[in-house]
Design a protein around this ligand. Structure first.
Ligand code: COI
Length: 359
């Protein structure tokens, strides 16, 4: 890998916006740091990786991304410990995933060093923007999209890759109820469900907005063919605890390969929790709920981390989960994960990647 000192040029802001920003009172995804990373793929070549002041992008209305949604993204976070050391969490997983997503949308590979060194340089430069409270972080959003100015429905020739950064507290606020969705589908076999394609999220909005009108916060997506199997929940992977067993759907071409999901499975297994990665029907979940064996449901994702669900709706039924399950798994796994992310616990897995080292 080239030395990023040479690879990535930096143009700093003249005046930081940080002094007028209240980092203790942030709505998720609305405040952005002083700088952004940007690189272009033009005439078959990656070129000019640089960090510049955060700013609007000039693009022609004919840019392909606006017409065909040839765009993929990632979600990741930088965490600060009590001494000001800053870490990324398993960034190589996001690199692999963005390039799998790109491949599915017929886009060229992003070079490893653009992705990894771009992230590190940006986080290092904007480190003062990272809130230091446990639970807060710097949300990082790599986005990769088509910029050729041509409205023919074919892959773009040229692309832009950017990374922006946003100080973050929690993604979800309040209690979260989910509704099993049986009409709309998020993904189908052979489709793009496993990719972090921008359009996958737009395609969820209508069903989610309808569920919100009924008092839910998210939907649980079921398989598009039969609507019998649970797959994902809104912007998260989903776990069910029936009796003492934690069950989650296997990843497939319809389900996002969540980094948080994979990490939680590992932590659960290594801490004596029985985990089953298998297909699970809505009937099995609802039968367990009626029999009092459904103990917990929680979502997992970078933005949400581990999110306990308080109730589940299916057709005309609504089931409230136990308020105080015995030996609850969600808070235990969340703490284990966050303690690794925030450098409060040893990291036997090598998941933390230091970016800023103070002590
Ligand atoms: C994430 O969890 O990082 C995601 O990308 C979900 C997003 C829609 C907030």
């Amino acid at each position: 890998m080239k030395d990023s000192g040479d690879l990535i040029k930096i143009q700093r802001v003249e005046k930081s916006r940080l002094p007028e920003t209240d980092l203790r009172n942030i709505k998720f995804g609305t405040i952005f740091t002083d700088h952004m990373f940007i690189a272009d793929y033009i005439d078959g070549q990656w070129q000019d990786p640089r960090i510049i002041p955060y700013q609007p992008l000039a693009m022609e209305p004919s840019a392909k991304v606006f017409h065909y949604g040839q765009a993929v993204f990632e979600g990741m976070k930088a965490y600060k410990d009590d001494r000001g050391n800053v870490f990324l969490f398993r960034p190589e997983k996001n690199l692999i995933r963005i390039n799998r997503s790109a491949e599915r949308l017929a886009m060229p590979r992003i070079p490893d060093e653009y992705f990894l060194e771009g992230l590190k340089k940006l986080v290092d430069l904007d480190q003062e923007w990272i809130p230091s409270e446990y639970g807060s972080s710097l949300y990082l959003r790599p986005v990769y999209f088509a910029i050729s100015n041509e409205i023919a429905a074919s892959p773009s020739q040229d692309y832009r890759f950017i990374i922006i950064a946003s100080p973050a507290q929690s993604y979800y606020t309040g209690e979260v109820k989910v509704k099993v969705e049986e009409h709309y589908s998020r993904a189908c076999s052979g489709g793009v469900g496993y990719a972090k394609a921008a359009g996958n999220y737009a395609a969820q909005f209508l069903a989610t907005e309808k569920a919100k009108k009924e008092g839910y916060k998210q939907v649980i997506w079921t398989d598009s063919k039969t609507h019998e199997f649970v797959e994902e929940a809104g912007t998260m992977n989903i776990f069910f605890r029936i009796d003492d067993t934690l069950i989650t759907a296997p990843t497939s071409d319809r389900i996002l390969h969540g980094v948080t999901r994979e990490s939680l499975i590992r932590l659960a297994e290594d801490n004596g929790i029985d985990v089953e990665v298998r297909r699970l029907t809505v009937d099995e979940v609802m039968d367990a709920a009626r029999d009092g064996r459904l103990q917990e449901i929680f979502g997992s994702g970078t933005a949400a981390t581990v999110l306990p669900i308080i109730g589940i709706g299916y057709r005309n039924e609504y089931y409230e989960l136990p308020k105080e399950p015995k030996n609850p798994y969600a808070p235990k796994l969340k703490k284990m994960l966050m303690d690794i992310q925030y450098n409060r616990a040893p990291d036997p897995y090598g998941w933390r990647v230091p970016v800023v080292t103070k002590s």
